[in-house]
Design a protein around this ligand. Sequence first.
Ligand SMILES: Cc1cc2nc3c(=O)[nH]c(=O)nc-3n(C[C@H](O)[C@H](O)[C@H](O)COP(=O)(O)OP(=O)(O)OC[C@H]3O[C@@H](n4cnc5c(N)ncnc54)[C@H](O)[C@@H]3O)c2cc1C
Length: 344
Amino acid sequence: MCYAPKQHDQRVRDIQRQVVRVEPLVNMGQITALLNSLGSTLPVLPELDDLTVGNSLGWTLPVLPELDDLTVGGLVMGTGIESSSHIYGLFQHIRVAFELVLADGSLVHCTEEDNSDLFHAVPWSCGTLGFLVATEIKIVPARYWVRRQYEPIRGLENICRRFSEASEDKNNTFVEGLQYSLDKVVIMTGTMTDTAEPDKINRISLHYKPWFFKHVERYLTENNTAVEYIPLRHYYHRHTQSIFWELQDIIPFGNHPVSPCSGGWCTLWLCPFVLPLARGMVHPKGEEAELYVDIGVFQMLYADEYMERSEFWVMFVGMLISPELGCRDAFPEVYDKICKAARH
Ligand SMILES: Cc1cc2nc3c(=O)[nH]c(=O)nc-3n(C[C@H](O)[C@H](O)[C@H](O)COP(=O)(O)OP(=O)(O)OC[C@H]3O[C@@H](n4cnc5c(N)ncnc54)[C@H](O)[C@@H]3O)c2cc1C
């Protein structure tokens, strides 16, 4: 599962390296419970016993995709994004090392320096190069609260300008937007902090709280800019309860009865992310890092793909990996796992 070395001195060394080593089935819910400092109970696993103090280590992942059940393996082999991605990139950009079992049964360790081609080819490869069995990922210090600002913005031009400003401002640890119609957005920025103004605390994950996207919509309806303090773990899993807004389609009476689709518009999540200059299937077009926006419907290879094979391989770069790895004979290619026509 998720562990640090048993020897205290080694553990300190890993903390100094700011790295955690995890097996691929560890999910985001487990990892936040383990790493951050909320004092919540750890899943009791024997190999974690010496890490109960780890609960107050005060660490977190720089990029922590929102849904509890997303796994490290899936996020490395597919992709993962969070409202901190404008600073740290996608989930795969916080990796330091991988261990893979290849088609011939060999175990390979890869980092930026060792087996570097494989290291860069793994993200987005969807398990077509080998089985991931361990990953080392970066961690960063955590604070108890997220100070969150909600800003309703109207008009496409204003939205684009304000969203770009917020995404380029590195003082914002978190940036995201919820778009309720073509020209109505609530832009949210946040920073981690150890202190909170008591009258502005909002523990958004408590069971009686409104679903998050409904809570945010209020600021738009009331045209009100506001600040709240949200416990970090509640913040991370703010979309978990309602699976963004999908649960409302499944259980319309689960919250209050206003539809998430008004006038044919379905609420969109806007999340900026930086694509660092690096090799691999997905990289910037130019010679430097580029800022993109995931607009909720953008196909990050976890949605069904409708492109032709040739179009797919123009858009994504399949390279780096030598035929000697034997993966072509052992595994399907990414297109055949993603594309609906190829799968059925
Ligand atoms: C409803 C929904 C909400 C989502 N919300 C978010 C979100 O908030 N933020 C975000 O970033 N993403 C989100 N995603 C996308 C999600 O992050 C990606 O689909 C991610 O790849 C899924 O992770 P998973 O753990 O479910 O992996 P899976 O879907 O199980 O696996 C993804 C791919 O990785 C391969 N794989 C998994 N483990 C291994 C392994 N150990 N070795 C080799 N190959 C492996 C699988 O074969 C598969 O091809 C969402 C997806 C859905 C369906």
